[in-house]
Design a protein around this ligand. Structure first.
Ligand code: AMP
Ligand code: MG
Length: 345
């Protein structure tokens, strides 16, 4: 298949026509690039799973560009959902509602709920408005790999497999949306993201975190967000997180690098601007500045992919703080490492 590239994000009529005809279009959003199809067209949505190689029980988020598009998709909008919508839409927040009958089961992975987001990025808003369709859209990457935060990575994974890619700039947040279940009495975070626990707590007072988050799932454990049980965000390189006091972590990583190199492996280190000069390794990248963790979120997936460009075998990384956006950063990093930690003593 020939993939059409659209670089003028102000003229999305051709991309909208492709969506109307049941095709697939990758678009920038403020979180990561998304792979879009008409959410109400079963065949089109099935092709998303095919193009990505995504397991079919991992449901998709439906994207809207006007609050009037929500009502037909859901059976109930709880007071909690209303409050959250008022505060954080448009933006990097996905809410889970009871699904109406018009939402195909292929979108919800067979669940009776549907996840909906109103993104703030003007290009995806323009695409939704021009096509006049709710768009089902997971991240626009091969399933399992780090999500794409720029056009080049989408092209790398999906050129020739989808109908169209819209070439926008880099994603502002760089990690996917916060997913929140609004169908229970207390709002529950199913996936941490750009709208942080602290932001939600300030608005709602009481917020829960799905108990399946923050550790490797045990046999038989079922997370409420089915996607959280799959390997995710993983480069080809093995990623290992080194935890502990900073000085000790740096010394430990340098020791692990030497050991790996002695075994003939190519070793990478994921550092920060503050620690970059303190490491010796084959490939060292800074993921951002510790003073501003939003830079770390924005760069994380791209930096993980850069180790693969350099054919690195193992990446050792610092652990980051888990407050604010750090909750989402560490969730993605833990998953990309398959929860492989080393303590530095
Ligand atoms: P992605 O499309 O890769 O950003 O992943 C979407 C995330 O939202 C996955 O973790 C899904 O499991 C989760 N999700 C989507 N729909 C639902 C739903 N109806 N209930 C719970 N989680 C959902
Ligand atoms: Mg994804």
């Amino acid at each position: 298949m020939e993939t059409i590239i659209i670089s003028n994000t102000n003229d999305l009529q051709q991309a909208a026509d492709i969506l109307q005809e049941g095709g697939l279009v990758a678009s920038p959003t403020e979180t990561v690039y998304g792979l879009c199809a008409n959410a109400l067209n079963e065949e089109a949505v099935k092709n998303i799973y095919k193009a990505k190689g995504r397991p079919s029980d991992n449901p998709l988020i439906v994207h809207i560009a006007d609050l009037s598009m929500l009502q037909p998709l859901v059976t109930e909008i709880s007071p909690i959902a209303k409050t959250l919508m008022d505060h954080f839409w448009p933006g990097p927040m996905t809410l889970v509602f009871k699904a109406s009958k018009i939402v195909p089961k292929v979108v919800t992975g067979g669940l009776d709920t549907v996840a909906v987001r109103f993104p703030s990025d003007p290009t995806i808003q323009n695409l939704i408005k021009t096509s006049k369709l709710p768009l089902a859209a997971p991240s626009a990457n091969t399933s399992g790999k780090p999500s794409p935060t720029n056009f080049t990575r989408v092209y790398e994974d999906l050129n020739g497999k989808i109908d169209c890619i819209i070439q926008g700039g880099n994603s502002a947040f760089g990690v996917e949306s916060t997913v929140i279940d609004t169908t229970s009495e207390i709002a529950t975070i199913l996936r941490p993201g750009g709208v942080t626990f602290e932001m939600l707590e300030e608005v709602l007072g009481n917020v829960m975190i799905d108990p399946a988050l923050g550790h490797k799932l045990k046999e038989g454990e079922v997370p409420k967000a089915p996607g959280m049980k799959y390997t995710h965000y993983a480069p080809n390189a093995e990623v290992i997180i080194v935890k502990g006091e900073k000085d000790k972590v740096i010394a430990k990583i340098n020791e692990l690098v030497r050991e790996g190199q002695n075994l003939g492996k190519k070793i990478g280190v994921m550092a920060t601007d503050e620690t970059l000069s303190l490491f010796n390794a084959d490939t060292i990248f800074s993921v951002g500045t510790e003073k501003n963790p939003t830079t770390i979120a924005a760069n994380l997936f791209e930096v993980l992919r850069k180790y693969d460009d350099e054919k690195v075998d193992i990446v050792y990384t610092l652990a980051f703080q888990t407050t604010g956006i750090g909750g989402a950063i560490m969730n993605r990093l833990e998953k990309s490492a398959g929860y492989h930690f080393i303590e530095a003593y």
